[in-house]
Design a protein around this ligand. Structure first.
Ligand code: B1M
Length: 211
C-alpha cells in the first residue's frame, strides 16, 4: 500500500485531524483513487480503532477524536468521491427511542457507522416510532438503528419494530438495536433484525445486515 495511505491511517488513529486533511490532499495530488483513499486510508484507520475499542484497548475519547479526524479527511475527500461516483454502503437512520434523552452512545454508533462507509441520518432523541419510519422512508434508508439507555424506554423499541413491520418498508429496511440495558435475547423477543453491544460491533452488524 502507498505510504501516504498508511500515514492517513496512522494519523487518523492518533486523532490528528489537521495532518489527516493534509495527507488526504497529498494523496489526491498523487492521483490516488478517491475510493482507495477512503477504503484503505480513512475507513481502514477507523476499522482498527473500532476493533481496539471492542477489546478495551482504546476508550470513548480516543474513538471520538479519531472520528473527528475522519470527518476532517472526508471534507477534503468528498468532492473527489462525488466525482468518482463512490456510493455510500447504505443509509442508516439512527435515533434514541421515545422517552429517552441519552445520546452519547447513539452519537458514537453514528460515528462508527460513518467510519464504516454508511451515510447516517440522525433522527435525534426521544424519537417516536412513526418518526423513525418517516425519516427512513424520506431518506431511502437501508437500516434503522434504535438506541435506549433506560429499562423504562427499551420497551418502546418494540413499537419501532412493529411500526416498521406494519409499514411499506417491511422487508426492505432492517432494524438493529442497542444500548446499555438491551440484550440479544430482548432483541430476539421483540423481533429486531439484530443487536450490537457497542459502537464498533454496531458497524459490523450494519455491514452484515446491509449486505
Ligand atoms: Co442517565 N441514566 N438518566 N443521564 N445516564 C443512566 C443510563 C443510568 C444507568 C444511571 C444509573 O442510575 N446508574 C440510569 C438508568 C437506569 C435504568 O434504567 N436501568 C439513568 C437514569 C435513571 C436517568 C434519569 C431517569 C435520571 C433522572 O432524571 N432521575 C434521566 C432520564 C432522562 C431521559 O432519558 N428521559 C437521565 C438523564 C441523564 C442525563 C441527561 C443527565 C445524561 C445524558 C446526557 C446525554 O446523553 N446527552 C445521563 C447520563 C450521561 C447517564 C450515564 C451516566 C452515562 C450514559 C452514557 O452516555 N454512557 C448512565 C450511567 C452509565 O452508563 N454509567 C446513565 C456512555 C455511552 C458511550 O455508552 O450509551 O451505553 P452507552 O452506549 C454504548 C452501548 O450501549 C452501545 O454503543 C455505545 C458505545 O459503545 N449502544 C448501541 C448504544 N446505543 C446503541 C445502538 C445500537 C448499537 C449499540 O444500534 C442501533
Amino acid at each position: 500500500m502507498s505510504t501516504v495511505l498508511e500515514q492517513i491511517k496512522e494519523q487518523l488513529m492518533k486523532g490528528k485531524a489537521n495532518d489527516v486533511k493534509v495527507l488526504v490532499q497529498q494523496a489526491l495530488n498523487e492521483n490516488l483513487g478517491a475510493a482507495d483513499i477512503l477504503n484503505k486510508g480513512l475507513l481502514g484507520g477507523m476499522g482498527i480503532i473500532g476493533e481496539k475499542f471492542k477489546k478495551n484497548e482504546v476508550y470513548v475519547p480516543e474513538v471520538l477524536i479519531a472520528a473527528r479526524a475522519m470527518k476532517a479527511g472526508m471534507e477534503i475527500l468528498k468532492p473527489a468521491l462525488a466525482a468518482a461516483k463512490v456510493e455510500p454502503r447504505g443509509v442508516v437512520v439512527i435515533g434514541t427511542v421515545k422517552g429517552d434523552l441519552h445520546d452519547i452512545g447513539k452519537n458514537l454508533v453514528g460515528m462508527m457507522l460513518e467510519g464504516a462507509g454508511f451515510k447516517v441520518i440522525d433522527a435525534g432523541i426521544n424519537v417516536e416510532a412513526p418518526k423513525f419510519i418517516e425519516v427512513a422512508r424520506a431518506n431511502n434508508a437501508t437500516l434503522i438503528g434504535a438506541s435506549a439507555l433506560l429499562t423504562t424506554t427499551m420497551t418502546n423499541m418494540k413499537e419501532v419494530v412493529d411500526a416498521l413491520k406494519a409499514s411499506d418498508l417491511a422487508g426492505r429496511v432492517k432494524i438493529m438495536i442497542g444500548g446499555a440495558p438491551v440484550t440479544q435475547s430482548f432483541s430476539d423477543e421483540i423481533g429486531a433484525d439484530g443487536y450490537a453491544p457497542d459502537a464498533a460491533s454496531a458497524a459490523d452488524l450494519a455491514r452484515m445486515l446491509a449486505a
